[in-house]
Design a protein around this ligand. Structure first.
Ligand SMILES: *Cc1c(COP(=O)(O)O)cnc(C)c1O
Length: 296
């Protein structure tokens, strides 16, 4: 880890600095207003600034405004940025995780959460790769494919109406149980989804986003099941919470991006992931395949 402040990071220009400050302030304001509109809420939702493809200088502008949670999609890009940026940053990995990249990802000391867990294979690779002297368990969120689109990864949501055949665990239950029972270096913190962008919502704000509702319902079902199935044997024994938020024990929901985070907060989101709204539009990956461009 380099010493801080790191003089090698080029500072953002005054214009860029002003631009990012303004956007971050605006997004924070919109988050606060969405939360206020909900009435009393016990938890303030977490804003993760999604900084993929954006230079470390941009991240520093947000950091200086107190932003600590940042999201990245590509392992190598995250490793490079984590090396040169302050250790106080809490990194969220939000890209597709291949098990052969788990070791590299797990080597980041201030990796805070991996939001995109969708198979036992990647869970095991990640768990195995984590240093045994890691102080806090690594938070993981299981990614749910709420919109059922082939292009999106994640596992099937649960629904109270579709009773599974007796004694048969769903993929999500099986994976959750595996994380809680067999991966002591991980904490099953909650669920994450992308969902289909519901364009009808802007026209009619009172309508609900079906994918966000599905994630909420899936969380409620899973939480009840975990409490009934696993508490007596596992969680109470050593007083360590094996799932949910560190302080409340509730399973958290990560949903909502630049275009739909207000709808997500209305549906009960605990973590919103905003990129474009803070840093502006991104170049496509093809345009970035130049020397020095992040590839993974
Ligand atoms: C890129 C990305 C975001 C941020 O998207 P914006 O629309 O730029 O806010 C959020 N979540 C995931 C999983 C992403 O890949």
């Amino acid at each position: 880890m380099s010493t801080w402040p790191n003089s090698e990071i080029q500072k953002a220009t005054p214009e860029r600095t002003a631009e990012i400050r303004e956007s971050l302030t605006e997004i924070r304001g919109r988050v606060s207003r969405a939360v206020e509109a909900l009435g009393s809420v016990s938890n303030i939702p977490k804003l993760v600034a999604v900084s993929k493809y954006k230079p470390s200088a941009d991240i520093l502008v947000c950091y200086e405004l107190g932003q600590r949670d940042f999201g990245e999609n590509y392992v190598q890009e995250l490793v490079d940025k984590a090396k040169e940026l302050p250790i106080e940053i809490q990194w969220h990995f939000i890209g597709t995780l291949q098990s052969n990249k788990a070791k590299l990802l797990a080597s980041i000391p201030n990796l805070h959460t991996v939001q995109t867990i969708s198979s036992e294979k990647t869970v095991n690779a990640l768990h195995k790769a984590l240093p045994s002297d890691r102080i806090a368990p690594l938070n993981v969120l299981v990614q749910i494919n709420t919109s059922g689109e082939d292009a999106k990864s994640g596992i099937q949501p649960l629904a109270s109406s579709s009773s599974s055949s007796l004694g048969q665990l769903s993929d999500l239950q099986r994976l959750a149980k595996h994380i809680v029972m067999s991966c002591p270096k991980l904490r099953l913190q909650g669920l994450m989804t992308i969902g289909a962008l519901d364009l009808s919502l802007s026209a009619n704000e009172t309508e609900k986003n079906a994918d966000f509702e599905r994630l909420t319902e899936t969380r409620d079902i899973l939480e009840r099941w975990l409490q009934a199935e696993l508490v007596p044997e596992e969680a109470d024994k050593n007083q360590v919470r094996r799932w949910g938020d560190e302080s409340t024990g509730k399973l958290l929901l990560s949903m909502g991006m630049s275009s739909d985070f207000e709808a997500a907060l209305k549906a009960g989101s605990d973590i919103v992931r905003v990129g474009t709204g803070i840093f502006g539009s991104r170049k496509t990956r093809d345009k970035l395949k130049e020397p020095g461009a992040p590839v993974s």
